[in-house]
Design a protein around this ligand. Sequence first.
Ligand code: HEM
Length: 234
Amino acid sequence: MTRERWRRGEASVPRAFTATLSHPSAVGVPKRRARGVPGAMANTVLLLLVLYVAIYGLRYVVLGQWAWIPMLAASFEMRPRAISLHALGGSVALISGWLQLRPLLRRRWPRVHRGVGWLYVAASLIGGGAGIWLAAHSLGGWVTHVGFGLLGVGAVGASLTTAVLAVRGDQAGHRRWAIRSYALWLSAVTLRLELPLLFAAFGREMGYALVSWMCWAPNVAVAEWLLRRRVRPG
Ligand code: HEM
């Protein structure tokens, strides 16, 4: 019943949902976002990084093989569709995920939040599915196959869980898994920040093997820390 009304766009679930977002006693729901100058600066830096990586990924869709980096071109030549779908899905997931975490969008335009949410889930399935496919052929052998593979499975699984919890009306669970899911997608940003440092410190081979795990493990740790820090009883 609730699920049916939610699907029809009637107010009950979204209103309850948006109310809990600012209700400090809701268990499992973040109390208040960081505000003021530091919060705004952090959001702006995150947005710029997300836009940079998303535009970088969309170049792969628009330019095709002209955008491929030489180090991975031979692999992408064998799987051109996988890398295009991956870059498209990943870029859309990054941008739509950033929008989904805006409190203003959730509170004022819950229908837009739902629409963008489905876009995010579709992009996650396409980009993450293609990412798993690429992981099985990634440069670096079994270490990167497993590292990138776990990331892909985690991102797809967390995004699906986020959607299922929203449909069931479990707002607190939905928010927790949305944060986990987006933390995994932000691995594309972490990877591009870490890669030059890891290459410089450990060389290309070891650096690439390390980044296939280190692009997502710290993101998961930070997401879990944020969730635990913000969940306070009563
Ligand atoms: C679930 C998260 C992700 C997984 C599992 C994943 C996995 C991979 C894998 C396995 C490769 C190929 C590496 C190789 O052959 O050695 C790759 C490359 C690539 N991925 Fe992702 N990725 C993820 C997120 C993203 C996101 C969010 C974007 C957004 C733009 C993205 C864009 C790219 C691009 C453009 C490449 C080509 C290599 C480059 O130029 O850096 N990926 N990814």
